[in-house]
Design a protein. Structure first.
Lengths: 252, 596
């Protein structure tokens, strides 16, 4: 008898745990059988509803938002709205300073012919931030429009905006393609895309404050510099020179 | 007569434009200036704007997101312009309703809006109507109503209204007769006129008294809020419903007389949106209800008082609310949004927009730029007495030193006792925190002072020259505090700034100030503009908001200051140690402002 009681304490605990669990299950079964079936069904249904809702919520909240927008951003007066008009409809339209965004579907000139939503954001300093907040998570690509003719005077403002854009957390996470469109190439004083790239890289050294040389190829997203002119040489009637922009958009 | 007229969407695409004959300059510049100064700075309360020699008037159509702008020369005073814009807007909306309802940039790009004929027609009508209206002659005294009344009738006593009415009625009846009035009535305040115009009902016959009393009784019980139908006040349009329902036989005498003599009622204003009384509130919930001025007024009143309670200057709050009302008028609300929530959201967006800087604010980058050009970057601090100029100057120099620049402080406060010593103490402390040994042997902060009583502008000039010679990166110029009303001191400050041309003129204002902020900033800017010799005067470039830790959530001063000047708040001072220097977080400030 003494040998029996001097059993392994671990084993003893296990058995007692098993017993209690068994007892609990018996108790629950008895309770369940005693209850009214209608009440049981309602409880089961309620639980099922809660579980299904939880599953759906998780699915919808964590699913990636489909990114199909191409944003047109840039400083004020860089030619975004006219570029938008040219890309969407090919027409020339007189423009004024935008104070809200405009969006339209754009069919890329590629074999696949995917349709993007082209969104033109206002460039004015006081509106820039809030519109970028609104649309940055849906961006598949960002077209940063630069006024090549007066670039030399605005180089610090351009660099600061581009820097803010590139260091934004949402954009770092999604890494949309960045196309820097050096607009207004029809003006004779316009700087070339290569020069603008070099100038911006120099500015970024100051802004980054790391002291090292900076190159756009160091960034995680694809960056491309191209030249375009929304207003052709013949002002209103001629065709705009946006072929390189359209080609890049087709490669998305 | 008009220079140009343009219709464009809020997204920036011009739908239609008209350029007056002989006008060669493009209107893009003035219209952009209008958009940037007025609409984006939330000053759309008044609908006109002057740009160089042109006057621009505009109207926002918030339902279809369009803007209508007309421009004409400043020297012309065209009276028909306001009504003209309204007419054009209505006609444009009617004609292109189908296209505009689609609401998309694609629609705007693909459609061409041929509005020329309609526009010319409306313009012609407006010009003609203004021409015909302008040839009205002044009435002679005999033709006026005053000549028909006796002096006694105009005296108000207890029953005096009735006395006046009597006089009015008598004069109206005389109007029906040939226009030549009876001079007897005017010249002699004598018995014939007076008998009937005695106080109260003494002069009336018994019957007339009864009739008058009956009329009043009916008026009180049928027409509710309408006022006494006094004949003289012919602006009353509410008079007519009373007489319309007075169809009792005994009163036809009075009714006819008044209906004939008074001008026809104006047409009722067109009702915008909203259903009949019963289902109006349902429409408010379901959507497709457009906002009208009356809907927004109570909400805006409350918001205005809320802003004033949060220390926003009173006139700024009212201008802001007017601007938000203009922006929202006619807008169609979404489903399940109340008027209050729409207005609150719009106000919040406007406030954030006001606080966002309109240009890049990056002092360190600008200092580096000046460094590369081998000249010092000059910052001048100005403000009224006791706002914290010297304290914040010390904080800013600490920040600059931390970022590796050398600073020269120019003590241009030669008036206040102890000002120079205060700056010297700061210099010593800063040098102790950043000893010269660590920075290549040269002290990071130096003080340039010439004692008391000297000319501030001269000291500043010498300090800048010294900084250039010794290759200092930044010069911080401390000026004496001065009241905005003190003309000689304001002149002295303006001279200092005009002569030395600093890179940055910072106005230091405390966050505790309320309505005074408006006065201070306006007068400071005015003084700087008046006393500058050049075409482009140097005005205030930025604001330093101090003593921010003393206000809890009454942060309205930030809004007042940014709204008045249009310049950004560069620094915020939150205490008295060197580390208490922050930059403005627009969202946090607006959150604190809108919190109940």
């Amino acid at each position: 008898m003494a040998a029996d009681t001097k059993k392994d304490p671990g084993l003893m605990d296990e058995r007692s745990v098993e017993n209690t669990v068994k007892q609990f299950i018996e108790y629950v079964r008895k309770q369940v059988e005693e209850q009214d079936p209608v009440f049981l069904i309602s409880v089961v249904v309620a639980l099922a509803a809660i579980i299904i809702t939880c599953v759906f919520l998780k699915y919808f909240l964590t699913s990636k938002t489909v990114r199909s927008a191409v944003l047109l951003v840039g400083l004020c007066d860089s030619g975004k709205t006219l570029l938008f008009s040219r890309l969407v409809s090919g027409k020339f339209k007189r423009t004024q300073t935008s104070i809200t965004d405009s969006s339209a579907p754009y069919k890329a000139k590629s074999d696949k012919g995917t349709t993007w939503t082209l969104i033109d954001l206002p460039g004015h300093d006081s509106l820039r931030a809030q519109y970028l907040e609104k649309f940055k998570s849906a961006a598949r690509a960002i077209v940063f429009v630069v006024d090549s003719a007066i670039f030399q005077k605005e180089v610090r403002d351009v660099a600061e905006f581009l820097y803010v854009l590139l260091t934004d957390s949402v954009i770092c996470r999604n890494t949309p393609t960045l196309l820097v469109a050096c607009n207004k190439q029809d003006i004779t004083m316009a700087k070339s895309a290569k020069l603008i790239q070099q100038q911006l890289e120099k500015e970024f050294v100051f802004l980054g404050k790391k002291g090292k040389d900076f190159e756009f190829s160091q960034l995680p997203m694809r960056v491309e510099f191209l030249e375009c002119s929304a207003l052709s040489n013949k002002a209103e009637e001629g065709e705009a020179d946006i072929k390189s922009l359209e080609k890049s958009l087709a490669k998305l | 007569m008009l220079d140009f007229f343009t219709i464009f969407s809020k997204g920036g695409i011009v739908l239609w434009c008209f350029q007056g004959a002989g006008v060669k300059e493009s209107f893009t510049g003035p219209v952009n200036a209008l958009i940037r100064s007025v609409i984006l700075q939330e000053r759309s309360g008044s609908n006109s704007f002057t740009h160089e020699r042109q006057s621009l008037k505009y109207k926002l159509d918030n339902e279809f997101e369009l803007i209508f702008v007309v421009g004409f020369q400043n020297i012309l005073t065209l009276t028909y312009v306001d009504k003209f814009i309204d007419d054009v807007q209505l006609r444009f909306r009617d004609r292109y309703k189908n296209e505009l309802v689609q609401k998309g940039a694609l629609m705007l790009l693909n459609n061409s809006f041929e509005f020329e004929d309609d526009f010319q027609r409306i313009l012609r009508e407006a010009e003609e109507s203004s021409r015909t209206r302008s040839t009205t002659y002044m009435r002679a005294f005999q033709e006026s109503e005053k000549s028909k009344k006796t002096v006694k009738s105009m005296i108000e006593t207890k029953g005096g209204d009735k006395g006046k009415e009597q006089g009015g009625k008598k004069s109206k009846s005389s109007k029906k007769e040939p226009p030549a009035p009876e001079p007897a009535k005017v010249e002699k305040p004598s018995p014939p006129g007076q008998k009937t115009l005695q106080n109260g009902n003494q002069g009336l016959t018994q019957e007339e008294i009864i009739q008058k009393k009956r009329e009043e009784f009916i008026r009180k019980h049928t027409a509710g809020p309408t006022e006494k139908p006094s004949g003289q006040r012919n602006k009353q349009t509410k008079v007519f419903p009373v007489f319309d329902c007075l169809c009792m036989p005994g009163f036809s005498f009075y009714a006819n007389k008044h209906l004939v003599c008074l001008p026809p009622p104006p047409p009722p204003p067109p009702k915008k949106g909203g259903g009949g009384g019963g289902c109006g509130w349902v429409k408010g919930w379901v959507g497709s209800k457009s906002l009208s001025q009356e809907d927004m007024e109570p909400v805006l009143e409350k918001m205005k008082e809320h802003l004033i309670a949060k220390n926003v200057a009173a006139e700024i709050a009212s201008q802001l609310c007017d601007s938000v009302a203009k922006k929202l008028e006619g807008k169609v609300m979404g489903t399940f949004t109340t008027v209050a929530s729409t207005v609150k959201q719009a106000l919040q967006d406007s406030l954030v927009q006001i606080l966002q800087p309109k240009r890049r604010v990056d002092i360190l980058r600008d200092v580096m730029e000046a460094q590369s050009q081998r000249r010092p970057f000059v910052i001048t601090f100005c403000g009224v007495n006791g706002v914290g100029k010297s304290t914040n100057l010390a904080k800013i120099s600490y920040w600059l030193i931390e970022n590796g620049f050398t600073v020269l402080i120019a003590a241009c406060d030669t008036f206040r006792a102890g000002a120079v010593e205060q700056l010297r103490t700061h210099q010593r402390r800063l040098n102790a925190l950043h000893p010269p040994e660590k920075h290549g042997g040269q002290p990071v902060v130096q003080l340039y002072e010439k004692g008391y009583g000297k000319d501030a502008a001269g000291i500043a000039m010498e300090a800048i020259a010294y900084a250039r010679n010794q290759a200092f990166d930044v010069v911080l110029v401390d000026t004496a505090g001065r009241m905005q009303d003190n003309a000689p001191l304001m002149t002295a400050l303006a001279k200092l700034i005009a002569v030395n041309m600093p890179d940055l003129v910072l106005f230091v204002g405390e966050a505790l100030v309320g309505n005074e902020a408006v006065d201070q900033l306006v007068k400071f800017n005015q003084a700087l503009a008046d006393h500058s010799m050049s075409e482009k005067p140097r005005l205030i470039d930025g604001i330093v908001l101090t003593k921010f830790d003393t206000i809890d959530d009454k942060v309205g001063a930030a809004i007042s200051m940014t709204y008045i000047t249009g310049q950004p708040i560069v620094f915020v001072g939150t205490g008295q140690t060197y580390n208490d220097l922050r930059s403005l977080n627009a969202r946090a400030v607006v959150g604190a402002l809108m919190k109940a």
